[in-house]
Design a protein around this ligand. Sequence first.
Ligand SMILES: [Zn+2]
Length: 416
Amino acid sequence: MIWFNALSALLRAKILAQSPLLLDLAARRRSGHASQKIVSADDYRTHFAIWNSLGIDLAQARNLARREAAGEGTGYPHLSFGMSTGTLGEPGVFITTPQDRARWLGTFFARALPADLFFFGSAAVLLRHDNQLYHQTQGRTSFLSLTRGVQDVADSLVSLRPEILVGPPFALRRIVECEAFRRNAWMPKLVITGGEPLWPEDETVLTTSLCASVRQVYQAAEGFFGASCRYGRLHLNIDVMRIELLRFRESAERFVPVVTDLVREGPQRIVRYRTDDIAVESKGVCPCGSVLPAIDGIEGRLADVLVLPTGDLMFPRDVHATLAPELSGSPFRVIQEEAGKLIIELPQQVSPVVARHAADRLHARTFCNVEVQQLVMGGLDEKFRRVIRRIPVEKDFFSRNFQEPISLLTSARKVS
Ligand SMILES: [Zn+2]
């Protein structure tokens, strides 16, 4: 039954990505929710109990997810409780039925995998938390927890030699750059990244070290939002998620997605949920032929936006564009400690001269004091955020910076 449902979802996803009329019809499902209030990620978590028909709050849901991960009963034999990676603070929880998981699998295959890997490729999924989502392929998928550390995961990969490698891009970069991996490197056919932005220097390391094509998925506890095509653009799954755009007033090519799940059957509801992600729009129609609207990528989260003393916003891509030309692919992290003070963290091997040039460029762009410190890597399971704002902003600071929400349906029609 799982395979039948997954196959149905796969065919549906394939057909809808090529048919503007059917896509339009699918995207209009549950349009009655359009008048509901937009809920922020914080409010959704605080009032988690009203967003699921089990009436459980987030602490209870996390407890059930931990019980499931430990192989203990949850009292809900037909449901699975999964935890997201948790970029900021505690992880979110997603509750799924077998039907939901089969649909996810079919849609994921259709949108993220080339056809030659549908039925034969073995995969390794590298994330912090395991979930039943990744165990629907009859033994073809291995789960490796990033909590095991670089060396241990690299050793396991060398013995597994999967054809598809799935994980956060910077964690994958750390693995392929480690000695244990380099000594016994092999070539997967496909690398799928997710969970954090894919920056060009990380993509270059993965492409050149593994000689594989790299694709991204845009996915969170709230759903599977999109996947990149062979041209690198991220196509949004508006057949399974309604996506509305909250454009920034001072940067109209950027928006925060507001998502409504159109297909989920389980007890959890996602209705006009405002993600904290920042999407960058792309120009022109994607040459791949998909009628799903495409964006250039996700550059980070609202907590990654610097608020300069002038009141201007500096987005992660602007920080990256300022520093990357100086750093020849080295990783970096910029932290806004105080309104007028930025810290650049750089690896020890970056020369003091290069570090000074990078600091000068950032100072010239922001007029903030810039201090250079050594970058110390955290655990492999910790997300690597290149930009971190530590100064607080008012609760409605970003809401005041958004234009009125508009639906992506309009873009889909334009593309068709
Ligand atoms: Zn495309």
